[in-house]
Design a protein around this ligand. Structure first.
Ligand SMILES: [Zn+2]
Length: 121
C-alpha cells in the first residue's frame, strides 16, 4: 500500500492519489502536468457545449463501467447484510469483509476522467 501521509491529494482530473510536494508554494491540484492540460481542455470543451461551471462531458462507455462497478459493490453489501444477519461470528464477519473487499478491489484500477478536446474515450 502506498502511504501518501498527511500530504495526500487527489488529482482534480483523474482522481488518483498523489503526494503533495512539501514546502511553501501553491498546492498542486493535478498529479501530472498533462492532467492539468487535459482539465483545461475539458473546461474549454464544456464551454463550447454550453455546460454550466463544474460540468464535464464523459464517455458513456466509461460511465457505464462505473455504474456496473457501483452495482456490484451494492450487491456485495446486500450479501454482507444477509450473511451477517445469519452469522456474525468472527469467522463469518471475516468472510463477509473479504467478499466486500473483492467486490471493491476494482475501484483501485478505475479512473473518472472527463473528456478533453480530441479525446476518443
Ligand atoms: Zn491525474
Amino acid at each position: 500500500m502506498t502511504d501518501y501521509g498527511d500530504a495526500e491529494e487527489r488529482c482534480a482530473w483523474c482522481g488518483r492519489r498523489f503526494a503533495q510536494s512539501p514546502g511553501p508554494g501553491r498546492k498542486r491540484r493535478y498529479c501530472r502536468p498533462s492532467h492539468r492540460q487535459r482539465a483545461y481542455e475539458a473546461r474549454a470543451l464544456a464551454k463550447t457545449h454550453a455546460l454550466a461551471e463544474g460540468q464535464v462531458l464523459m464517455a458513456a462507455e466509461r460511465l457505464d463501467a462505473i455504474r456496473d462497478l457501483l452495482y456490484r459493490i451494492e450487491a456485495a453489501m446486500d450479501d454482507v447484510d444477509a450473511d451477517l444477519a445469519s452469522d456474525d461470528s468472527p469467522d463469518g464477519t471475516r468472510q463477509a469483509l473479504w467478499h466486500l473487499y473483492r467486490a471493491c478491489a476494482e475501484v483501485r484500477t478505475i479512473s473518472l476522467e472527463p473528456l478533453a478536446v480530441g479525446t476518443r474515450r
